[in-house]
Design a binder for this molecule. Sequence first.
Ligand SMILES: Cc1cc2nc3c(=O)[nH]c(=O)nc-3n(C[C@H](O)[C@H](O)[C@H](O)COP(=O)(O)OP(=O)(O)OC[C@H]3O[C@@H](n4cnc5c(N)ncnc54)[C@H](O)[C@@H]3O)c2cc1C
Ligand code: FES
Ligand code: FES
Length: 491
Amino acid sequence: MRATIRFLLGAHARELPDVDPTRTVLQYLREDEALCGTKEGCAEGDCGACTVTLAERDGRGGIRYRAVNSCIMFMPALDGRQLLAVEHLADDCGGLHPVQQAMVDHHASQCGFCTPGFVMSLATLYMAGDNPGRDDTADALAGNLCRCTGYRPILDAARAALAQPARSGDEATISLRARLDALDTDSETLAVEGAGRRYVAPRSLAELTAILTREPSALILGGGTDIGLWVTKQHRDLPLTVATERVAELRQVTDTDTHVTIGGAVTYADATARLAALHPAIGPLIRRIGSRQIRERGTIGGNLANASPIGDMPPLLLALDAVLILASADGLRRVPVTEFFRSYRTTALGPGEVLAAIEIPRPAAELRLGVYKVSKRFDQDISGVCAAFAVTLAEGRVQSARIAFGGIAATPARAHAAEAALNGAPWSAEGLRAAMDAIDDGFTPISDMRASAGYRKLVARNLLLKFHLENPADLADAIALRLDLAEGMRA
Ligand SMILES: Cc1cc2nc3c(=O)[nH]c(=O)nc-3n(C[C@H](O)[C@H](O)[C@H](O)COP(=O)(O)OP(=O)(O)OC[C@H]3O[C@@H](n4cnc5c(N)ncnc54)[C@H](O)[C@@H]3O)c2cc1C
Ligand code: FES
Ligand code: FES
């Protein structure tokens, strides 16, 4: 067991003993290293002022750069990685980084509070050697808020700086990899203790489940994008956290002809390409989960295990009939996602169990799939309602329908009554009306700051209509539905 955290801070190796495992990277930078360029705006992953870059070995001989929120990332996550803050961007003579220079040239900063965060988001893209288009750049900045400059000058600066991003030369990559290898963080389990709190990062599923059996009160820690806020906002004490991020079996994504299986510790960022390839409706949903910073750390396993009624992955996985693989010291068991959510924030996970993988059936070519997230803001917002529809038609009739919602019940839920109304019915305005009424009757949503109960119901039924409009049985159906709608509006 190794009790010290080893990482690179810029060019300098650090080895820290006795670290409080719930100390955030932002606290460390500002208070321990006096690197105060990184700012705290919200301490909950929302504003991006605390953005820093993590560089890690990518398993293919290269380096993977991730922009992350240092305000909700705990110190042990640095182990084996390089941490870059805004102070590390200047060259050896103090000259500005091209991204910083572009921000100056394009007048992209006023009060400057948000600027280090924007710079680090852009510098991460720059280091990765990507030359993203405007949409991708906007996506990379969706987790950075600026209250005074306005985003156009920032996007102009981004375009100028990223027109010729630096592709790290082979030599720089080899040298950084060698320095990360030299930290020797892979040969032993990391077990940190400080301020009366403990953290363990097991390396295998057997080791993880043995710890969970031995220490039933241990809290499983994924990317910490939910748990981070338990500390920074709720001031909860976490005496023992057990991280999934080094468990080799939980980090895999495997493809077969019939399924894609996502390990329980795989982040959104690492799963996006494989999930998006399953169906065109999936990529746009993932793009709207949190921000780039959140998706670099947050896991799909964590999104299911926290059982939030407004999580964005459950409706999709319910509509696709995914199966969850739960692991404990006694072995593995398979639980259909439909049986996973038991009641408000309660799941089928038993004591000593971890969500090991999510098995997602490949959608058949004829499956019509729609996923819709409705929130107050397009970017970086939690859903008021999230809906997923998976329908197969045969000769103009519904052969099978799976409909799932988040945000309108205590758990993410299938709309069984609406499905029953659709199954076997013509895929037409008339068949649809019965299903929409069944959605109305089947749920009693709550009113909260995101949406009123009435709004949620209306949105849920209208999303089914939207799905139908986007997926008519044929041209005649599309015309009939629009005429029916027009008549309804006149009435
Ligand atoms: C700014 C911000 C924006 C966000 N936006 C969205 C959004 O748009 N949509 C959305 O759905 N969510 C959003 N979230 C919530 C969060 O990012 C997601 O729920 C994320 O998927 C949680 O994953 P994690 O790995 O970070 O979980 P953690 O915080 O590590 O853990 C969350 C819970 O899951 C448990 N857990 C984690 N992994 C496992 C496992 N393998 N087995 C068993 N239990 C496990 C933990 O014990 C804990 O109870 C947002 C969060 C923030 C801070
Ligand atoms: S301080 Fe706002 S995202 Fe971290
Ligand atoms: S420059 Fe003031 S918040 Fe962005």
